[in-house]
Design a protein around this ligand. Structure first.
Ligand code: SF4
Ligand code: SF4
Length: 131
C-alpha cells in the first residue's frame, strides 16, 4: 500500500478514494489523480508489455477439471472451447507466472513459459553434475 498505493494485483486496474479505506475529500482527490495518471500510463502506450513468465495450457492434455481456475488467485484462467472440447485458457495480461496452478494439474497440462519441466530438470541435472 505504501509503495503502490493505487495499484491492484491486476496491471492497469487502479483504485482510489473510499474503496481503499476511509479518506477525506483532499485525500480522495489526490488518490483519484494518482490512479488516473497510473491508468493513463498503460493506455497511452501502443503496446502492452506483459510478464515473460506466464502459464501455458496444452489443450490436447487438458481435460477441463477446473482445478487450475480455482487455484489461480489472480483469476487469470477461464474456460474456452477448442475444436468442441472444453479446456482451460490463460489470460497472459493477467497471469503473474506464480506457478501455483502447475502442481494442481493432474494431466500435467500446464507449463510456465521458459520454465518447463524439461528446462528445470535440465538445470537440476547440470547443477548435480557440477557438484
Ligand atoms: S488443472 Fe489441468 S486439466 Fe484441469 S482445467 Fe486446468 S489445465 Fe485443464
Ligand atoms: S501462473 Fe499463477 S497467475 Fe498465472 S495462471 Fe497460474 S496461478 Fe494464475
Amino acid at each position: 500500500m505504501k509503495l503502490r498505493p493505487v495499484e491492484t494485483v491486476i496491471d492497469g486496474v487502479t483504485i482510489a478514494g473510499a474503496c481503499q479505506g476511509p479518506k477525506n475529500v483532499v485525500e480522495s482527490i489526490n488518490s483519484a489523480l494518482s490512479a488516473a495518471i497510473k491508468s493513463y500510463s498503460f493506455v497511452s502506450n501502443e503496446t502492452l508489455l506483459v510478464e515473460p513468465l506466464v502459464a501455458e495450457i496444452d489443450s490436447e492434455a487438458c481435460t477441463w477439471c477446473g482445478a487450475c481456475e480455482e487455484m489461480c488467485e489472480f483469476d487469470a484462467i477461464t474456460k474456452e472451447t477448442v475444436n468442441g472440447k472444453e479446456v482451460a485458457k490463460v489470460n497472459f495480461s493477467i497471469c503473474k507466472g506464480c506457478g501455483q496452478c502447475l502442481p494442481i494439474c493432474e494431466p500435467n497440462a500446464i507449463q510456465l513459459k521458459n520454465f518447463s519441466d524439461e528446462e528445470v530438470e535440465g538445470m537440476i541435472d547440470v547443477l548435480a553434475n557440477e557438484l
